[in-house]
Design a protein around this ligand. Structure first.
Ligand SMILES: NC(=O)c1ccc[n+]([C@@H]2O[C@H](COP(=O)([O-])OP(=O)(O)OC[C@H]3O[C@@H](n4cnc5c(N)ncnc54)[C@H](O)[C@@H]3O)[C@@H](O)[C@H]2O)c1
Length: 422
């Protein structure tokens, strides 16, 4: 949300006006002192397609600010024209009444000398971008640890207050500088994991049996400015897995985050399950996952840091029905036990091992001729009333890959819309 004491300006970078650049639920409050300004502007705004995002408030700006405060509004940008008589009071009101969100900014137009002609004892540290034409961008910075806090109440200043390692919670979820890989990253859940880790700041190797799929995801990531690498690997082959780890280390120096996600699902009644189906399932879902954990784990143990996130399944907890998938269910129960064992064996050497167990996720995996007709039946078993989307799993993988989950190991994080509880 944006509030301003001036009428909407056109952004010189994009040629778009601010309301066009706002998301659909974005709002701009324009505070106009004089009624005639307000009426004319609102008419013009109403005429334009994005005008609904603009609300014109006419009257003394101080009253408008009081009203916005009473309405409990919060702003990402507050724009103040310092030419106005009471500009400093507007600034103080916004700050004192918390109208500005935590990481938000105040843009002050027509400032001169970083606002020093208007303010006494102004601290340069608060001014991050003084522009020659007179625009200053003011950002609230976190209170420094040695700051004297004047408060009537006793303020508890511990890690909860400052943030662990002086990092606030959303910063602790960032993965900047980290190197990750995702197996089975060419589609479905793995693709969503690759995007999530990349968006959080990691470099991502997208690993898949099919190189073209991995390359397609790498193209998507490149469009978002995420550094990535496509690798063709069959996780069930030890030489392929070693080649994967070597290639990542050769490119980026190490591996911090290993997402062992590749898996297959084959269906047959247990009395008819062939050894071939059993072996094929286990060679990808369990042997392949073990090989990846071991190869990445060796590097992580050596550097004393690593996050391994395995993809198990709700099938590790319940017996999904009516489909018959003995080998799959048993292999996924094996993934959980492997995760628990490594999670406890390696934790004191800095390597955390956890797994995510999704419920039924709408990916190509469930679009086989055996499974597709079952979707409506499954729906009745899911309290959330829908299949999982791959995006439902993204925050979990970022959390498990980040320092925010450092005390978590050997855990099976179940995300199934409540299905395993019914
Ligand atoms: N979709 C679901 O409902 C669901 C539910 C729970 C768990 N899971 C698990 O999530 C993981 C991903 O599932 P998905 O739904 O995205 O599947 P998917 O079939 O859509 O994608 C799997 C990807 O893994 C790749 N792959 C297959 N074998 C491989 C191998 N040997 N080496 C390297 N890559 C290989 C495939 O090429 C494919 O791109 C699997 O482990 C699966 O068991 C899926």
């Amino acid at each position: 949300m944006v509030a301003g004491t001036a009428e909407a300006h056109t952004s010189s970078d994009t040629g778009m006006s601010p309301e066009e650049e706002l998301p659909d639920d974005g709002k701009i409050f324009a505070c106009a002192e004089a009624p005639y300004q307000g009426v004319n502007s609102q008419e013009a705004f109403d005429y334009s397609s994005d005008g609904k995002k603009i609300s014109m408030r006419v009257g003394p700006v101080a009253d408008t600010l009081e009203a916005l405060h009473a309405e409990d509004e919060h702003f990402d940008i507050v724009f103040i024209d310092a030419d106005q008589r009471d500009a400093v009071h507007y600034y103080s009101f916004v700050m004192d009444n918390h109208l500005l969100r935590m990481d938000a900014v105040i843009c002050v137009e027509n400032t001169l000398m970083k606002g020093q002609v208007y303010l006494e004892n102004v601290s340069d540290e608060n001014v991050i971008l003084p522009v020659q034409s007179g625009l200053s961008i003011v950002r609230r910075i976190p209170v420094p640890p040695d700051a004297v806090i004047e408060s009537k109440e006793e303020v508890v200043r511990d890690d909860v207050f400052w943030g662990y390692n002086r990092r606030r919670i959303l910063d602790r979820l960032r993965l900047d500088g980290k190197v990750a890989y995702v197996t089975g990253g060419g589609q479905g859940i793995g693709r969503a994991f690759a995007h999530a880790l990349g968006e959080a700041g990691a470099k991502v190797a997208v690993v898949d049996l099919v190189l073209a799929k991995a390359e397609a995801v790498v193209s998507e990531l490149s469009l978002k400015g995420i550094k990535s690498l496509a690798l063709a690997v069959d996780v069930s082959k030890p030489e392929d897995v070693q080649r994967m780890v070597d290639a990542i280390v050769a490119r980026w120096g190490t591996v911090h985050i290993a997402c062992n996600n590749a898996g297959i699902n084959l269906n047959s009644a247990s009395e008819e399950t062939s050894l071939e189906e059993w072996d094929k399932t286990f060679s990808v879902n369990l042997r392949g996952l073990f090989l990846c954990c071991q190869a990445a784990g060796r590097i992580m143990l050596n550097q004393g840091y690593g996050k391994i996130i395995n993809t198990a399944s709700m099938a590790s907890l319940i017996v999904p029905h009516p489909q018959k998938q003995l080998a799959y269910n048993v292999s996924k129960a094996g993934v959980v036990k492997l995760t628990q064992t490594l999670g406890t064996e390696w934790v004191d050497r800095g390597v955390k091992v956890n797994c995510i167990s999704p419920g039924i996720v709408d990916t190509p995996l469930i679009r086989s001729k055996e499974l597709r007709p079952l979707v409506q039946r499954w729906m009745g078993d899911i309290p959330a009333g829908r299949l999982a989307r791959t995006t439902d799993l993204q925050a979990a993988v970022v959390y498990l890959a980040s320092e925010a989950s450092d005390y978590m190991t050997g855990h099976n994080l179940v995300i199934e819309g409540g299905q395993s509880l019914w």
